[in-house]
Design a protein around this ligand. Structure first.
Ligand code: SF4
Ligand code: FES
Length: 248
């Protein structure tokens, strides 16, 4: 049965303009619609009326690319645990419910328009050290470099980070430690990433600080909202490696 929901959506014409919450009504919403499909329908109606559609980011719409990201009723990516905004469905809401939709808010993520923020700071953190160097050529024999199963699994768990930024949006300090530590673990735990390990942690942490992200005070909000359930144990590992590299 179709539902009607009331929306309070953050509208902001540009990076320097003031923004505000604007009320909309979305009717004929099917419970099986995704949250973003519901916004598509609202936008079609706005376009028909000659109004500016609501700007929001999305790409894969299946939880892979990390592009989507809305704060829904105060929670980055909304109420479903371990899921992105694009994986959220309207059946999670009640008929007649009011839903507040805001952008990810952080000094390191300036708002570009409405619900779209600039997350290029994450690209610069990756560029600072998120790589390995090795001789190009044919693929080496896999058995030449044995990797313990638990190490490989920890590296692969960290590699699941999709760079969405929800961890920053959830943190009262707007810290980017969960993202940065996931990238450092993903590369640094594997033997292929060992040669740059010391420089990587120093460069990426310094870039993270330079981008204006805050300090970590172990709140744990980042882990709670992370759609890939990245563990905060990565932050402890990053801090240990950073201290060792900085002191050594
Ligand atoms: S750690 Fe989680 S919340 Fe943060 S950017 Fe990666 S996937 Fe997104
Ligand atoms: S649109 Fe790709 S993760 Fe949501």
């Amino acid at each position: 049965m179709a539902m009607t929901v009331k929306l309070k959506v953050w509208r902001q014409a540009g990076p320097k303009q003031a923004g505000k919450l604007v009320d909309y009504t979305a009717d004929q919403v099917h419970p099986d619609m995704s949250f973003l499909e519901m916004l598509d329908v609202v936008n079609e109606q706005l376009i028909k009326k000659g109004e500016d559609p609501i700007a929001f980011d999305s790409d894969c719409r299946e939880g892979i690319c990390g592009i989507c990201g809305l704060v829904i009723d105060g929670i980055p990516h909304g109420p479903d645990k371990g899921a992105t905004t694009c994986q959220l469905h309207m059946r999670r809401f009640r008929d007649g419910e009011t839903i507040t939709i805001e952008p990810f808010r952080a000094k390191g993520f300036p708002i570009l328009k409405d619900l779209v923020v600039d997350r290029s700071a994450f690209d610069r953190i990756i560029a600072a050290g998120g790589y390995i160097s090795m001789n190009a050529g044919g693929a080496p024999e896999a058995n030449n470099l044995p990797v313990a199963k638990d190490i490989a699994e920890r590296a692969m768990d960290a590699a699941q980070c999709i760079g969405c930024g929800a961890c920053v949006a959830a943190c009262k300090n707007a810290a980017a430690h969960l993202f940065t530590s996931a990238k450092i673990s993903h590369l640094g735990l594997m033997p292929q990433g060992e040669p740059e390990a010391r420089h990587r942690v120093v460069r990426m942490v310094e870039q993270m600080d330079a981008e204006g992200f805050g300090n970590c005070s172990n709140e744990g909000e980042c882990e709670a909202v992370c759609p890939k359930e990245i563990s905060i144990s990565n932050i402890a590992r990053m801090n240990r490696k950073y201290l060792k590299a900085a002191l050594g």
